[in-house]
Design a protein around this ligand. Structure first.
Ligand SMILES: Nc1ncnc2c1ncn2[C@@H]1O[C@H](COP(=O)(O)OP(=O)(O)OP(=O)(O)O)[C@@H](O)[C@H]1O
Ligand SMILES: [Mg+2]
Length: 204
C-alpha cells in the first residue's frame, strides 16, 4: 500500500467536496434524464458492442442510474455482474436484474446476496469484460476519483494484472457532465480508466 502524500489527500478532499456539491444540485428528474442520455452515449461505443460481461454498480442517490444500461444488457444477451464489499475487496456476482432481491449493506448500498454465483474476473474465461465504474470526479485524461476507500483501484489493479490492458477488458467511468473537472489529483495506486462516458460525450 502506498502512503499518499498529504497534499494529494487534501487536494482529493477538495475535489470530492466540489463534485458532491454539484451532484447535490441535480434533481431526481435531471438525474434520470441524464442517465438515459448517458446510456445512449454508451451504446455508441465499441466498449459496449464488444463487452460480453458487464460489471456494473447499483447506484446510490446522486449517482448515474444504471438501470437503463442493465436493461439494455439483457436485451443484448450480455451477462451482468454487480459488486459486494467483502473486507477490502469488491466481489462481483451474476445479477438477474431483480432489485427486490438485493440486500442493503452497512452504507445502505444495495448488494447481491452472497449465495448467488460469484464471478472471479481474474480467471480467464475468453469473455470480454466491460467494467463500468462509479466515481465522484473524472478528468479528460481518464483519471478517476472515487469516494476514498480505494475499492475500484484495488479491483482494477487485480483485473489488469490478470488481463493486460486493452486486451479484452475495459474499465469505463460513468459520469454526469457536472463531474468532469480540469484535473483529478492522483497517486501511484490510482488506476487510469480506458474511457469515460457522460450524458454529453465519450472520452477515450
Ligand atoms: N492497489 C491498491 N493496493 C493497496 N491499497 C490501495 C490500492 N488502491 C488504493 N488503495 C488504498 O485506498 C486508499 C484510498 O484510495 P483513493 O483515495 O484513491 O480512493 P478512491 O479511488 O477515491 O476510492 P474508490 O476506488 O473506492 O472509489 C489509498 O490511500 C490506499 O491506501
Ligand atoms: Mg483512487
Amino acid at each position: 500500500m502506498d502512503a499518499a502524500p498529504a497534499d494529494i489527500v487534501a487536494r482529493k478532499r477538495a475535489v470530492r467536496g466540489e463534485a458532491r456539491a454539484r451532484l447535490e444540485a441535480l434533481s431526481g428528474p435531471q438525474i434520470q434524464r441524464k442517465s438515459k442520455n448517458l446510456t445512449k452515449q454508451l451504446l455508441t461505443t465499441s466498449w459496449w458492442s464488444q463487452g460480453e460481461w458487464v460489471f456494473i454498480y447499483i447506484p446510490m442517490f446522486g449517482e448515474v442510474d444504471t438501470r437503463y444500461i442493465v436493461a439494455q444488457a439483457y436485451r443484448e444477451q450480455k451477462e451482468v455482474a454487480i459488486p459486494r464489499m467483502e473486507g477490502p475487496d469488491l466481489a462481483f456476482y451474476f445479477y438477474d436484474g431483480r432489485t427486490e432481491n438485493l440486500l442493503p449493506n452497512q452504507f445502505g448500498i444495495l448488494e447481491p446476496d452472497p449465495t448467488w454465483k460469484l464471478i472471479d474476473p481474474t480467471v480467464p474465461t475468453g469473455k470480454r469484460l466491460l467494467v463500468l465504474t462509479p466515481g465522484l470526479a473524472f478528468d479528460r485524461s481518464r483519471r478517476r476519483l472515487g469516494r476514498g476507500k480505494g475499492f475500484y483501484d484495488r479491483f482494477l489493479d487485480g483485473l489488469r494484472t490478470a488481463h493486460p490492458q486493452g486486451s479484452a477488458s475495459w474499465a469505463v467511468g460513468l459520469a454526469f457532465d457536472e463531474q468532469l473537472v480540469n484535473v483529478v489529483p492522483v497517486s501511484d495506486h490510482d488506476e487510469l480508466l480506458d474511457g469515460i462516458v457522460t450524458d454529453r460525450e465519450v472520452i477515450s
